[in-house]
Write a protein that binds this ligand. Sequence first.
Ligand code: F6P
Length: 399
Amino acid sequence: MPDTPFAPVILGNEPGSFPHSVLAERHPAIIGQVRDAFPYGPGQHRALDELLRSCTEGTIEPLPADAPDRDRWHGWGLAGHTGRPWFDAPWLWSESYFYRRLLDAVGWFGPGPWQGVDPFRPFKRAELDAPETDEELAALDGLRDLPEQERAKALLHGSLWGNRADLGFRLSAAGAEAREASPGLVADDSDVLWSLLPPDETGTLVLVADNAGRELVPDLLLIAHLLAGGRTARAVLHVKPYPYYVSDATTADVVDALRRLRTAGGAAAEHARVLWSAMADGRLAVRAHPFSCAPLPYADMPDDLRAEFAAATLTIVKGDLNYRRLVGDRRWPPTTPFRRTTAYFPGPVAALRTLKSDVITGLSAATEAALVAAGEQSWRTSGTHALIQADPSGQVHPE
Ligand SMILES: O=P(O)(O)OC[C@H]1O[C@](O)(CO)[C@@H](O)[C@@H]1O
């Protein structure tokens, strides 16, 4: 983002700040939860102890010599951060590396019997199986008789507010789920978004997913609606190649969600049928690109991913972390135009996000003033507010 070098990158080293609390409190809590959830052996317990020590009072250490992705992480800056306290690296970098190391500790990368066992799966499954999910799926039947535009809006908002269902976030934001969502959006470019999805049965939608369970389910419902109504001919769902940020969706979570929809009956099962057959004939594809777990902003994306986004009619980027990566994890003045921060993006892009970290762009001065007056700074991180932002051009914008 060469034209805006003044917005500083967010670090985790300011005691009392939100990023600091994530590194100092949430990460240790996650280690505790994972440890409790599985009958791990002594080697895994030792490795978890070591990670706990390292991430709270130690420094960033290199990956094991036989790590399959060692070169990739070097390309993502590991050598430059090795030996530094976790708190002094860019927050985005430290968080991502924490999850990478957690997977090492539990044996995800193998070889061995724990290879590929998702340490977050029990939490994700519990959410998918929760009665709230039944209620949300049953409510779908009530949308059947609505005019298309209203149904589309309801499904878009379902996908947007589904982003509140984020397990890592709830760990340190006690009562987050119970807290009232603020009905007004802090930014709403939904007209632009819909204009990029005309019902002409052409085009490719890329949806960069965020969380599994109660976020992925409404994401899939939205995709089903867009495919069935001809607002897109094809869809590509980007998920994570490995478990990440507790509840981020992997391919296994897509399968779980689709099976959940299929067995729910009613309108949910109808949507499942649309998705199932779209997967079978290639109109819906799932991708798990390594860069989806990179500790870097999308401005640094590799050429193959850039080409994929460039070819899409629209890329919808879900959630808080993807937003941070889309606009850059920086202390932007909140009125910085969204489109200025996404000027590098190779195609039309939209963000659907509930606000769960300090980064924000694209607010009007009046909106920012009202938020500050009403809620001090908690509106930024409490998940009560949401936004729909869109940049239709996919080209560099003149200032
Ligand atoms: O699931 P989401 O919406 O990406 O939110 C996860 C957010 O939680 C955090 O881990 C802490 O807020 C952020 O790093 C991240 O932006």
